[in-house]
Design a protein around this ligand. Sequence first.
Ligand SMILES: [Ca+2]
Ligand SMILES: [Ca+2]
Ligand SMILES: [Ca+2]
Ligand SMILES: [Ca+2]
Length: 462
Amino acid sequence: MTHARRLLPRTAFAPAAVFAAAALFGGLAAVAADDKPAEMLKPAPAAKPAAAATPVPPSPVAWTKYKLSDQFFSEGAAVGDFNHDGKMDVVAGPYWYAGGDFAHAAKHQYYAYPDKAGTPQPAKAFDPAGYSDNFFAFVYDFNGDGWDDILIYGFPGKDASWFENPKVADSKDPAADKPWARHQVLAMVDNESPQFTDVDGDGKPDMVCGTGGTDKEGGTLGYATADWANPAKPWTFHAVTPKGKGYQRFTHGLGVGDVNGDGKMDLLEKDGWWEQPKEKAGDGPWKRHDVKFGPGGAQMHVYDVNGDGRPDVITSLAAHAFGLAWFEQKADGSFEQHTVMGSKAEENPQGLRFSQLHAIDLVDIDGDGIKDVVTGKRYWAHGAKGDAEPAAPAVLYWFKLTRAGGVPTFTGYEIDNDSGIGTQVMAVDVNGDKRPDVVVGNKKGTFVHIQRPAAETTGARN
Ligand SMILES: [Ca+2]
Ligand SMILES: [Ca+2]
Ligand SMILES: [Ca+2]
Ligand SMILES: [Ca+2]
């Protein structure tokens, strides 16, 4: 049993009609996520900068944290309207949590774990020393019936399956907790930052990942498309890269974006980018451009950081170590690395440093028209003793991008220091006030961070 918690009073919830991403479900019993009044928590003290820091303007926004679960079910979370009431709900692991009041969100299990005889069993939390079977969640209305469905990528190298919304409007109806029909649409999703976005420009999302990495020479990177007349059928994988480069399920770093500005989505990886052909996407190999984007981060983003008209690349450098950087695209198509945060406090003007940036989202958090970076620390990625600083606070940050005087600057603001990120972090408006919120599922639990105007702050930590 989990108890949603809140740090501060939240603003009224308004209906939202926002596209959101995924969730999971499963459900055997509708359970109130908390059966006690919301608990007022004192904000924890902000982490101290390790070096003499440049004065930082106060954050233009503040946050209210809701803990939907304190258990480990997944490394991702997403948002959708699963009961069709106009309010955004949150999905993480086998549960979706009804939106409207996250301090008292009803929890529903939308998929069940079959026992050896195939009988559905209630979900069990995973041991944070190990791994879950649920790494990414996305939301989409696959069958076009107007109800949000849920797409899950499991452990790296495992399947992609989407769960069909049974269209139960009343969350108290026992049918709201029956397992949703599961459609496996790809047998093997390789790479640690697979995505779900439109690659071929037909307006419909594709699954972007590697596959076939169990072969000795490695698999390929590419994307899988649905037959939208029957999206429950296995999807067709299109290889963008040749085989033989050692791509496998634990390969780090993947992105989709228009690197050369021709209107076609290209594929990015840690060692370069693959240019989508002008005529037709189809099967590769696409043209390869070698660029060293670091040892291997997480979701890679294409964005004109410095506003010179040329798309640049934003990525974490090493998903299990340190580093956040943007790579400036020059007129000749080469890239120059600009470090935002490294392994030493001196590498960041605020003295910020934290490790394991295993997920990044790029969203205009404060509504100034410039996109910002949302990232944090993946806590205990390989357990209590693995990787860089496993026991350091599980921080969640947004980095506000400004271009004062033509100089791009990322100013880091802490959202929270006891939740962090998973292999996924999603910034999307959950409560319908047009301000992006942040949802996370990981070894610390399941969290919603609702954005509020900074003016409402009464003790928030940034
Ligand atoms: Ca809803
Ligand atoms: Ca640029
Ligand atoms: Ca912004
Ligand atoms: Ca919001």
